[in-house]
Design a protein around this ligand. Structure first.
Ligand code: 4LM
Length: 414
């Protein structure tokens, strides 16, 4: 979409207006309609047949496409600077639909060591059952991709920042290496980046050279903890293949039009929410960093973050997620979590509420303890998704929890 002078519109404007003109037509509703329909009528038997053959465009069944989802998909594509977008019933629905589309027995998926627990489990226990090789390498050094990539490699898969330990991968360097190899072996190696932690407001992997982006839209894109949803974006051919092969015929992981509407409502405020998440996270990270009870803290905005230069290169802000370890390991971490009053003990992230969880026993319990060690997920790590509450209140809650632990109030109360 452009304005009257044909000037490109800003991120927030696109997030609110892309693909729907409320000045058009007779009704002029501010928000697009929610098409609560599973199927669409054909004008004639011949037209129905032509649609099924792909000879005529249009909506004919909501597992394939739906006008409400259409707007959401175009909007996300615009924000990710992609040719096309695609909506799914969950983040896992997006990941599985893409993998089932592009992988077959004998192929390899090359992934970073640290991945969200269910993504790891899908690769380790799902894809691997069908003759697909899963190779985890340390992608924090892009050269490792060069060493590991082979003619069997079809997908290169990473999260940056990774859930839960915040490690970053150089998306530009990895994409360039993968595509160079792809040219040499005359293959078609696709780089997929899970952009859940950042959203396109902070990081746009396609502009850095990646082929596809996936999201758990349950998180920041939805933004209000009221939907389970997934999104993907990439070139039009790839997205059409995923729609017709992975989504329609293999997973059926379709988003409901009602939830598409809720996501569009969330995306309208993505820019201001992300700005505040980042501001609040920086304040909380600085507070935690100076606290004597903290052993280790990982937040890309801190000077102490080991990959700060890379963060500055590929992220415009530092995000709302913090990983830290409390002195005394997970026992101390659990005590801290249990003493919180305002901050919610819950998995998921990207909501208005600050959420805290223990990856080793929750989101990453799909790894065995040995695998967690091998994949860089320490047992003592605590993960916080900093919300939109007044930052002083978030900090005060952490402070009172630390006080409760250290003056022995907790022990007395137990
Ligand atoms: C969590 N995460 O971490 P659905 N990709 C990333 C994720 O963090 C998640 C998914 C995909 C958490 C859920 C409990 C980086 C999920 C999967 O949950 O299927 O929308 O997304 O707390």
């Amino acid at each position: 979409m452009t304005n009257d002078n044909n000037k490109t519109l800003g991120f927030a404007t696109n997030a609110i207006h892309e693909a729907y003109d409320n000045q058009e037509g007779k009704i002029r509703s501010l928000n697009p309609p929610i098409y609560m329909t599973s199927t669409f009528a054909f004008n004639s038997a011949e037209q129905g047949a032509a649609m099924f053959q792909g000879e005529e465009q249009g909506h004919f069944y909501s597992r394939i496409s739906n006008p409400t989802l259409d707007i959401l998909e175009k909007r996300l594509a615009k924000l990710e600077n992609a040719e096309a977008g695609l909506a799914f019933g969950s983040g896992m629905g997006a990941i599985t639909s893409i993998c089932w589309t592009f992988l077959k027995a004998g192929d390899e998926i090359l992934c970073d060591k640290t991945l969200y627990g269910c993504t790891f489990a899908f690769f380790a226990h799902g894809l691997s059952k069908f003759g697909i090789t899963i190779t985890h390498i340390d992608m924090t050094d892009a050269q490792n991709v060069k060493q590991a990539i082979s003619e069997k490699t079809k997908l290169v898969y990473l999260e940056s920042p990774a859930n839960p330990n915040m490690r970053l991968c150089d998306i530009e360097a990895i994409s360039s290496i993968a595509h160079d190899v792809s040219n040499v072996v005359k293959g078609d190696i696709k780089v997929i980046v899970d952009n859940t932690y950042c959203t396109p407001y902070i990081q746009r992997p396609l502009e850095l050279g990646a082929d596809m982006v996936v999201h758990s839209a349950t998180k920041y894109l939805g933004g209000h903890g009221d939907i389970i949803a997934g999104m993907a974006a990439g070139n039009a051919d790839d997205m059409m293949r995923v729609r017709i092969e992975g989504l329609k015929d293999m997973t059926g992981a379709v988003l409901s039009p009602m939830d598409a509407m809720l996501m569009m409502r969330g995306i309208k405020t993505l820019e201001i929410r992300m700005q505040r998440h980042c501001e609040n996270a920086m304040k909380v990270a600085k507070y935690l960093e100076q606290h004597p009870a903290i052993d280790k803290i990982m937040y890309p905005g801190l000077e102490s973050f080991p990959q700060r230069d890379l963060a500055k290169k590929q992220m415009s802000l530092f995000g709302g997620m913090i990983a830290f370890e409390v002195k005394g390991g997970i026992e101390a971490g659990r005590k801290l979590m249990n003493a919180l009053r305002l901050i919610t003990r819950a998995v998921s992230l990207g909501d208005a509420e600050t959420l805290i969880e223990h990856p080793a026993s929750m989101t990453h319990a799909t790894y065995t303890p040995e695998e967690r060690l091998e994949h860089g997920i320490s047992e003592g790590l605590v993960r916080m998704s900093v919300g939109l509450e007044t930052p002083d209140d978030i900090i005060a809650d952490i402070e009172q929890a630390f006080d409760a632990i250290y003056v022995g109030k907790l022990a007395a109360a137990e």
